[in-house]
Design a protein around this ligand. Structure first.
Ligand SMILES: NC(=O)c1ccc[n+]([C@@H]2O[C@H](COP(=O)([O-])OP(=O)(O)OC[C@H]3O[C@@H](n4cnc5c(N)ncnc54)[C@H](O)[C@@H]3O)[C@@H](O)[C@H]2O)c1
Length: 333
């Protein structure tokens, strides 16, 4: 049986990785991809793909995704978005992209697709804020302290409600911060979490906005992390879980992750690439950035996600830094 999958944000980092992973997913045979982004997406090699350049804040442009020669999708991956610092610095743009266009996409999915359509949304741990328990569980209430988390949570509520009404089969995956992100720094407040590994491994200086030196107590700032490899596998898994396995009152799943401090990251960098790499990390404390990242939780109970069949990274930071280092070397050769 063929599967038609729409991915929005397909020119982005995770959208591109997801398309590449799906074409090798044995549980999704005869895949046809509709790839959409405001930037022209690239089709993965040897895939059956249609690439559409569209501003998804515009209803008319968005609706073209549902009238391609591939017909109506059976799965919609909603990955387009504006990142945390971008949404914080420009409230109106953040709401337009992270809320209004998600609602437009949800409404178009409801109008054009079968009610069994899976609507999979990548949310974030930025939905949490305020006083939090040491370990966040499925019953921890989300009270965001930033515009990005506010936008994500608002969209989550719509997806939960559309699922409760039987209009779509929603799956909301709250992602940990994912590292190591390749390429140019993103507009995410968490961008430095990847940059302090990525840039030194490329032989480039970088500024860590947490603390003023390698000895700063601020480096004990903890984050909740996952690798791109595990996360993308989990985003594919989200498509295959039978609807009845989810908790009856919510389609939210916090994807598995692990806790690491900024210092843990720098130690892993040192172990993998040595003192020269570590010397490329400079420090300039940015209180706004630190406030946003500090408001996010740094430990979750993985048990619900694991019980559904999602995977978790093993071994902490070092294997992740090592894999990125190996990739940098493979490209250099
Ligand atoms: N990377 C992470 O650590 C992380 C963590 C939590 C959640 N997420 C979420 O996962 C999703 C993908 O993240 P990513 O890291 O690939 O981000 P990304 O910035 O690489 O990709 C987002 C894509 O959305 C597109 N986009 C933005 N506005 C658009 C519009 N109006 N119309 C069409 N396309 C538009 C951008 O062009 C971009 O290609 C996002 O929704 C993000 O909020 C990511």
């Amino acid at each position: 049986m063929s599967s038609t999958v729409l991915i929005t944000g397909a020119a982005g980092w995770l959208g591109g990785l997801l398309a590449a992973e799906l074409i090798n997913d044995p549980r999704t045979p005869d895949l046809r991809l509709i790839l959409a982004d405001i930037v022209e997406p690239n089709a993965p090699p040897l895939s059956k793909s249609i690439c559409i350049k569209a501003d998804l804040t515009d209803k008319a442009q968005l609706e073209t995704l549902f009238s391609t020669e591939f017909g109506i999708p059976d799965t919609v991956y909603c990955l387009h978005g504006i990142m945390s610092r971008g949404a914080e610095d420009n409230f109106d743009l953040g709401v337009k992209i992270n809320v209004d266009s998600v609602r437009l996409l949800l409404e178009a999915t409801r109008s054009y697709c079968e009610a069994s359509v899976k609507f999979i949304f990548t949310s974030s741990l930025a939905v949490y804020g305020g006083p939090l328990p040491d370990v966040v569980t499925t019953s921890t209430i989300a009270t965001p302290q930033g515009s990005y988390g506010f936008g994500k949570l608002t969209s989550e509520l719509f997806i939960n409600e559309y699922s409760r009404r039987g209009w779509v089969d929603g799956r909301i995956v709250r992602l940990p911060t994912i590292l190591v992100r390749p390429g140019a720094p993103s507009l995410a407040s968490s961008s430095f979490i990847s940059a302090i590994i990525r840039e030194p491994l490329h032989g480039v200086e970088t500024v860590c906005p947490i603390g003023d030196s390698i000895n700063s107590p601020e480096l004990s700032l903890k984050s909740w992390l996952a690798s791109p490899e595990t996360t993308i596998k989990n985003i594919v898994t989200a498509k295959h879980i039978p609807a009845e396995k989810f908790l009856p009152h919510t389609r939210v799943i916090c994807l598995p992750g692990f806790t690491a401090t900024v210092r843990d990251e720098l130690e892993a960098l040192f172990k993998v690439a040595g003192q020269d790499a570590l010397n490329l990390v400079k420090f300039k404390d940015d209180p706004v950035n630190r406030r946003l990242v500090s408001s996010w939780p740094s430990a979750f109970d993985n048990s619900y996600a694991l019980s559904l069949g999602f995977a978790v990274d093993e071994g902490g930071m070092e294997p992740i830094v090592q894999r990125f280092w190996d990739r940098v070397h493979a490209v250099d050769k």
